[in-house]
Write a protein that binds this ligand. Sequence first.
Ligand code: GUN
Length: 281
Amino acid sequence: MIIDGKKTAAELREGLKKKVAELKSTYNAVPGLTVILVGDDPASKIYVKNKEKFAKEVGMNSEVIRYPADIEEKKLLNKINELNKNDKTSGILVQLPLPKHIDKRKVIETIDHTKDVDGFHPMNVGNLSSGYSSSIPCTPLGCSLLLKKVEKNLSGKHAIVIGRSNLNGKPMTQLLLKENCTVTITHSKTKDLKAECLRADIIIAAVGIPKLVKGDWVKKGAIVIDVGINKTDSGIVGDVDFDQVSKVAKAITPVPGGVGPMTIACLLRNTVECFKKAHYK
Ligand code: GUN
């Protein structure tokens, strides 16, 4: 089975479109997403454009604030503080990576945690790890929704997460624990990654190494979620060797068309959730 992230994301957006219309008739207001883009990293520019496009498509207000790469940190923080106070802004996302002179941590911590649609604020990170309600980072949330499409009950499954980033690996681990999986977190210093992968019922590859996971690394019948987006001479490839692994796995996400589209759909979902929490108070 090839897990169709494009279709699942479109379904999710369709549901959100209805929800946004309902919210509009109830509150006479719609969720608003503000994305801040600093500099002109080509990949970030594409991501941000897509975020804006899909937010508008589901009927939200969408705003992109663009700053040059040499913007003063203070100016960026002031803008975030202004957005924190603006009722029309339900969610704030500062696109990463940021230029070196800007302290990423300060930026993340300045965003009001109730508007943190990325789920990167320490309050949300802590709430997620304690099992409390929180914004959940969009990429692992998308992975989790795709996993649940294949198998509703993940309890007792052995999952391996390759990569320990704050964006993916660590929050993914929390989501898998919530589903009662036994989780192994691996990274660049892991001794025998192949052996670790072979023990797993679920593999989440989020490490940024093209086609790292080979066919003989995967147990027959495993579910494989590929978070990688790697530019190579032969185009965009994931962290999984799709041709090899698709012959062994029970289900696998393609790249592109797997996790990628889900990330943006989950961002919109998080924005709707932030709006709802702000209005139910
Ligand atoms: N850059 C790449 N992925 C992400 C993401 O999920 N959120 C933000 N803010 N920046 C990113």
